[in-house]
Design a protein around this ligand. Structure first.
Ligand SMILES: NC(=O)c1ccc[n+]([C@@H]2O[C@H](COP(=O)([O-])OP(=O)(O)OC[C@H]3O[C@@H](n4cnc5c(N)ncnc54)[C@H](O)[C@@H]3O)[C@@H](O)[C@H]2O)c1
Length: 273
């Protein structure tokens, strides 16, 4: 049997001092919150997005606050740019300990209106790029004493909504890839996990919660009674990225306010029809 790793003291289990993390989609609503959290916990963070301008202010904020952030631009819909991004980030940080696949897109449409271009665009970013970035990161993560990947999947991997058929399929693929990569790379000391959040209140999801009837539906259907805020994902992602989860790989943490816990059949008791 392999020896167990020696873990940090309890108070330091979730620390990220010295960790070199690449976060894709760092300019987005969730990415920016995660980036600040990683930096606060002591990590050096490579902030990636499609353009440098999307992450420049965030990097300045982190660096001015005493943290350590670098910026990288790449269109991860392009396979070559996925590989170049990994190599550039690993070279700049002197290695890579954690890859967080955070970039994602959606085009919400009924199934009968989805075009081949929609299908290809969504799968290229949400699914193929996660595969190619992880693949390119393999030698760097294998060289790390605590290599890990955390994928931002979605509750839609297992609980879909109308108009998100392609997005939901890509997120189911991300959760599936999480298991495949975890199983194959456990021998290389790389842990691979994902989170599956329900709707988080961001610009990305404003078409959902911004509509009064949809906001009411979310409030009624989510046992916790509200949508998640981006900072409510930090705990799960940090847990999966740090030695706090050293014996966990191939798992999804569903961050969904109790939606999957079941229904309340008395909630219709006062309904008139
Ligand atoms: N917001 C939610 O409710 C929610 C719920 C579950 C899962 N997620 C997932 O969390 C992740 C972040 O979501 P968000 O709400 O912060 O979205 P967001 O749109 O605010 O951020 C996504 C970022 O990815 C970047 N990106 C998109 N395509 C790219 C490309 N081709 N190359 C490089 N960068 C690209 C965008 O520029 C953007 O900054 C996504 O993977 C999303 O699917 C979000």
């Amino acid at each position: 049997m392999k020896p167990a790793p020696s873990l940090p003291a309890t108070a330091d289990l979730f620390r990220m001092d010295g960790m070199r993390i690449l976060l894709t989609g760092a300019g987005g609503a969730i990415g920016a919150v995660l980036a600040r959290a990683f930096a606060d916990l002591g990590a050096t963070v490579a902030l990636h997005d499609i353009s440098e301008t999307k992450v420049a202010a965030l990097a300045a904020e982190i660096n001015d606050g005493g943290g350590s952030a670098l910026t990288f631009a790449a269109d991860i819909a392009e396979p070559d740019q996925c590989v170049e991004l990994i190599e550039a980030a690993a070279a700049a940080m002197g290695g890579l300990d954690v890859l967080v696949n955070g970039a994602g897109i959606n085009r919400r449409k009924p199934i009968v209106e989805v075009t081949v271009d929609d299908f290809d665009a969504i799968t290229a970013v949400n699914m193929r790029a996660v595969y190619l970035l992880s693949q390119a990161a393999h030698p760097h993560l294998a060289a790390s004493p605590h290599g890990a990947i955390v994928n931002l999947s979605s509750l839609s991997a297992r609980y879909s909504f109308n108009t998100i058929s392609v997005y939901a399929a890509t997120k189911a693929a991300v959760s599936g890839m999480t298991r495949s990569f975890a199983r194959e790379w456990v021998a290389d000391g790389i842990r691979v996990n994902c989170i599956e959040p329900a709707v988080v209140q961001t610009e990305f999801t404003k078409p959902l919660w911004g509509e009064e009837h949809r906001a009411r539906w979310f409030a009624d259907t989510t046992p916790i009674g509200r949508l998640a805020q981006a900072d409510e994902l930090v705990g799960a992602v940090v847990f999966l990225a740090t030695p706090a989860s050293s014996y966990i790989t191939g798992q999804s943490i569903v961050v969904e306010g109790g939606i999957l816990s079941g229904g309340d059949w008395d909630s219709y008791a006062d309904a008139t029809s």
